[in-house]
Design a protein around this ligand. Sequence first.
Ligand code: ASP
Length: 437
Amino acid sequence: MAKPEPNHLTRQIVIAMLAGIVLGVSLNQLGTASWIQLFVIDGVLQVVGSVFVAALKMMVVPLVFVSLVVGVTALSDLKALGRIGIKALSLYLATTAIAVIIALTLAGMVGPGEGFDAGSTAASFSGKEAPPLTQVLINLMPTNPVSAMAEGNMLQIIVFALLFGMAVTMSGARGKHVLNFFSDLDVVIMHMVEWIMRLAPYGVFALITRTFATQGLDLLLPLAAYFLTLTVALAIQLFGTYPLLLRLLGSLNPLTFLKKMRDPAAFAFSTASSGATIPVTLHTVEHKMGVKNSIAAFTVPMGATINMDGTAMMQGVATVFIANVYGIDLSMTDYLLVVLTATLASVGTAAVPGVGLVTLTMVLGQVGLPVEGIALIIGVDRLLDMMRTTVNVTGDCAISCIVAKSEHALDQSVFNDPDAGSTESDTRHSILTSPSP
Ligand code: ASP
């Protein structure tokens, strides 16, 4: 494979994404011959896109586990771990609450759904019960780490990796052997992630073209007010809240941060899954933004699992939209309940496509709105899912940088270097700096 120039790959990914949007929308608008549908859209594009997402997902569990074990052993003491955990958790919850408040304020001003004809959509939706909080807490502890890994249960994997990493640190010389092995394994796994990243332009192109070719944009028109309100809310969070927090809490340049977000943003947008994007998020946060592995290995998978600001925003705007459609007035208490439940629902939302709509049932239930209302917005959800996942992932990266900065674990020279983290130089660096056997 030819050596990519720094940022060459990022440019290719962005071009692939734009080309996919143009081609997909054109295919959708022009109408496709049945052979194009069969062999191109449901054939080549589906295979390439699905294999690409599967390859990304393949790396998530080994990467998170190994990287977290190595990360924990690099921490000076258990107190540091607790401090980082509390900082990350508080910031994740706070940014989600801010996100819902922005979404509700904007939706309150625009009033999406007023005068909407609910008869114009035929889709249906039935909700699912949310597990009680006690069960959520019990479920944090894996009964079997192998099955936690097999199921990709991120929080259980994090708990096991933290305990395992602590035990490695406390096991003296024997632990050191294990650590050396894990450090080497970490480098090997990162190599595999870099292979997948080099294939990203093809994967992203296939995913985006297929989505836009199959998603009728005509559905957008009746829901334009809902769609646009949410889009603006997401943009405020992306270009307002995060930059402000980076500047105020981390004294970091928001423009540099946003430029470095291009890779994970493109992956998040095309896969609509923060979970599948974890390998790229982790790579970016560590190698492009200069966050030490001991912080990133913890905050990134944790964020991907519990921090979903974009999802919570969708739930805020959707609640106001559905209330307006059904002509139900929301009181101030209802609004507060929405902030609280949407924040908690985002913690319980799995990092895969479309789950935000399922946990929306919790929010609607809290304020007594009909769950069937979700059927009204299903048609445009895929596109919004792509956008909100991009915001979810950006939030994870921003908080990781802020926590790292406060722990003096962010290498400012890497953060400021526009070419940091290009895959080739990175691999050499990680191999050179890994402990020898
Ligand atoms: N797709 C989102 C994510 O993976 C979750 C959702 O909002 O459905 O972050």
